[in-house]
Write a protein that binds this ligand. Sequence first.
Ligand code: SF4
Length: 357
Amino acid sequence: MIHPIIHPLLTWYNLNKRDLPWRNTSNPYHIWLSEIILQQTRVDQGMEYYLKFVTLFPDVQSLAAAPEDLVMRTWQGLGYYSRARNLHFAAKQIVQQFDGKFPDNYNEILLLKGVGTYTAAAIASFAFNEPKAVVDGNVYRFISRYFGIKTPIDSTIGKKEFQKIADEILDKKNPGTFNQAMMEFGAMVCKPQNPFCDACIFNETCFAIKNKLVKELPIKEKKVKVGIRNLHYLLVFDINANFLIRKRDKNDIWESLYEFVLIKDDFNVVSGELNLESFHFLIKREFEPTKHILTHQHIYATFTIGLVNEFSNKVLHSFEKEPWLNANTKAFPRLISRFLEKNEVQKFIDGVTKNEI
Ligand code: SF4
């Protein structure tokens, strides 16, 4: 049976959908890029990155062959860097395991690194019209309100229940367009805050509006616990305007990105490989702490600029010496790249090169 929301929803979508580049293609590589980029990212921010990626890496082969630093650098500023590492890994997977041809069905797409059930359903339905229902945050919200589902959307049982409803109402003839319409409707009309209920095409049949539960739905079970982390970085230059960086190899959100010398708030060296005496640096500038907000963490970072005559071998054993001129070729966490954009750092370098410091 065709669900009664299908026809009005598709009509609404055809009249109101935003013109987004990944909607005008059935190229699975482009759809995959857009889906990974848009996870936890706003469309307006994601657009710039999508266009950068398709320009620099027009096909899966070019992405697979790209140096890791270039992929990370292109991703810089988007956050959640594991997405970029997985994207790169999965591109190589496609080249090696699928002979360079993007897998064309849900089960095989699911084998790609970083691709979960949601993304696999999106690619399979948008690119190959496979009847798989996509349930993203927008769809959870719309289903919860329209059908009056009070099961928490972040519970195991809730995920199953919402998926079942989405599978039942899916337009099996046009699954790709229907999925996009559901997501777009949740994003544009049935929004998290102040949804447009007055103008909504479903306001006569929606459970939440009839029962005054729009603000209460959907329900979430868990509150995100936010941790506090203090980081202190030293940006140490020599008199030839080289500075010290290191590629993070820790298995964390900033893996494969570069950083300066990282010390803790108590001025103990984090790595344990160095102590501050190794540097004999002159502190030239200390900056006010900056705050960086992640979903699970608030990071307070301070930066200190120091100057040394030259780097000792011991220091160079653990860090790379990089000319300041090359700073913009390295991928840093957003926290650091924002700091580097400050004019103060450049002023300091100018002073060093003119021997004014
Ligand atoms: S009436 Fe309001 S709550 Fe119900 S589907 Fe429309 S926008 Fe969402």
